[in-house]
Design a protein around this ligand. Structure first.
Ligand SMILES: [Zn+2]
Length: 124
């Protein structure tokens, strides 16, 4: 994302390039660029960013669940005292809590390692 320029009012929804004149995108040559001074265009850009963020968060969640489960089982095998500790809680709830905790840790780590950056400028 390039820094917004006061004269670059037109944005390409495909590659986020901004330019001063209407027409086709100066970078990728795709569809007509849209005027960011139009509140509807700004809302469309915000919705695109929100959708992308939601899909990314869902992907991290789906990846974190199996990783958290496997991580808990591996830790229980490698460090037997942890398996004994988790086994104290009846009905495998200790293991389930361990897996949920590991899943949350993996999810937080993924989000901090790969922070989401908005594609479109917000300060128009
Ligand atoms: Zn473009």
């Amino acid at each position: 994302m390039q820094p917004p320029h006061s004269q670059n009012h037109f944005v390409c929804l495909d590659c986020t390039f901004t330019q001063p004149q209407p027409g086709t995108c100066g970078r990728c040559g795709s569809d007509p660029v849209l005027d960011m001074r139009d509140p509807n265009v700004r809302e469309m850009c915000t919705e695109q960013d929100t959708d992308r963020r939601t899909k990314r968060d869902e992907l991290f969640r789906y990846v974190s669940i199996p990783v958290g489960i496997v991580l808990t089982l591996v830790v229980c095998v490698i460090v037997p005292p942890i398996a004994i500790l988790l086994g104290i809680v009846p009905f495998f709830f200790g293991y389930i809590l361990g897996m949920v905790g590991a899943t949350l840790v993996v999810m937080v780590l993924l989000k901090s390692i790969f922070p989401y950056r908005d594609r479109f400028p917000r300060n128009w």
